[in-house]
Design a protein around this ligand. Structure first.
Ligand SMILES: Cc1cc2nc3c(=O)[nH]c(=O)nc-3n(C[C@H](O)[C@H](O)[C@H](O)COP(=O)(O)OP(=O)(O)OC[C@H]3O[C@@H](n4cnc5c(N)ncnc54)[C@H](O)[C@@H]3O)c2cc1C
Length: 326
């Protein structure tokens, strides 16, 4: 593999903006992401939700924002290493070498870690044959609303995601049920009121115990969490919204100072490893906000410090992009 100027670990919004900015500063870039798609949380967790706090947009769907950020982040043609999890880091003469879970060694002069909360995995219901039905009726997120068109859909969960999807898919699904193991929710009051007043059927004090269907889901066994009585419930799509497990995983062993699952950085966004920076949700400093608007600023600053790390004669200030001819 070729040695690049900067390897960006995590292709979410902050990693994508770092890739764009590094391209702007004439650096060669590689983006590594454990997911098959770029976009990070925007693409994986809430593509159909509106984001209201992006400069220049009154509101924008997360998937549309991701699409534009991907176009911007890849415009200088970074090398993409998707479905690769950064596992370990070794010092080399030139800088660093990142080893991936699949056994690749990626040489690089500097590193920008924009790994969010780490490689995330949806929490599963934990019933038999769950894996078998993934994509065949069981979903842990919504990439494309149209697959629920005309379906008898059940959403499992009692948090914001479950309620948001109830509201979002109400006009898409033929029939919709919310299944929750208690009658207490962890969602915005406004969403709860809207769902309660809608045609969504509520199955409270129920948990999914078994999945049924021949290759494709056509029903589940529900257990009443109080009486333990069971009943058959017909549905041909089940969205499981009971949270995500995320962990920094291997990054925790790279020798960083870690506070609350985040990597401590200095005012250059540099970690305790020279030439290794961290930005976005993954980094920790006094006054840190986990927002895209602030994370992309961190990314631009980290890139400029990476540039001066590589070339001490380079200016920190990149100049105005409006003066450039891209
Ligand atoms: C439901 C929801 C709604 C939100 N709404 C808003 C909003 O309205 N406005 C706002 O500003 N923010 C919002 N956020 C927060 C926002 O999405 C995050 O702040 C933002 O995504 C952080 O970007 P990032 O690039 O730091 O990390 P992420 O988007 O988390 O991307 C990190 C990427 O790194 C990859 N990765 C992790 N570990 C590794 C590894 N070891 N090797 C390879 N790849 C790895 C992951 O697969 C992921 O793709 C919301 C978040 C959620 C969950």
């Amino acid at each position: 593999m070729e040695t690049v100027d900067v390897t960006i670990i995590g292709g979410g919004p902050c990693g994508l903006f770092a890739a764009f900015y590094a391209g702007l500063r004439g650096m060669s870039v590689r983006i590594v992401d454990s997911l098959p798609e770029l976009g990070g949380q925007l693409t994986a967790l809430y593509p159909e939700k509106y984001v209201y706090d992006m400069p220049g947009f009154q509101k924008v769907l997360a998937k549309d924002l991701a699409k534009d950020m991907i176009a911007q982040g890849t415009q200088f043609h970074p090398e993409l290493a998707l479905e690769e999890t950064a596992q370990a880091i070794q010092k080399t003469v030139d800088g660093w070498s990142i080893s991936t879970a699949s056994g690749k060694a990626l040489p690089t002069k500097t590193v920008i870690i924009s790994a969010g909360a780490g490689a995330f995995q949806p929490t599963k219901i934990g019933v038999e044959r769950e894996e078998e039905y993934v994509g065949q009726g069981i979903h842990y997120g919504v990439r494309d609303k149209s697959i629920f068109l005309g379906k008898k859909l059940a959403i499992v969960g009692g948090g914001d995601s479950a309620f948001d999807w109830c509201l979002n898919l109400m006009d898409t699904a033929d029939h919709m049920t919310l299944i929750h193991r208690r009658d207490v929710f962890r969602a915005h009051e406004d969403s709860i009121e809207k769902v309660m007043a809608s045609r969504v059927e509520m199955k409270l004090w129920y948990a999914v115990k078994e999945l049924h269907g021949n290759g494709k889901l056509d029903g589940v066994t529900l257990e009443n969490t109080q009486t333990k009585e069971t009943e058959h419930f017909e549905c041909d799509a089940l969205i499981v919204n009971i949270g995500f497990k995320s962990s920094l995983g291997p990054l925790k062993d790279w020798g960083f100072e870690i506070v609350k699952n985040q990597i401590v950085v200095d005012d250059r966004y540099e970690t305790c490893l020279p030439g290794v920076f961290a930005v976005g949700d993954v980094c920790a400093f006094d006054g840190k906000l986990k927002l895209i608007a602030t994370g992309v600023g961190e990314a631009a600053t980290a890139v400029c410090f990476a540039k001066t790390y590589l070339d001490p004669n380079a200016k920190l200030f990149p100049g105005h992009s409006s003066d450039m001819d891209l």
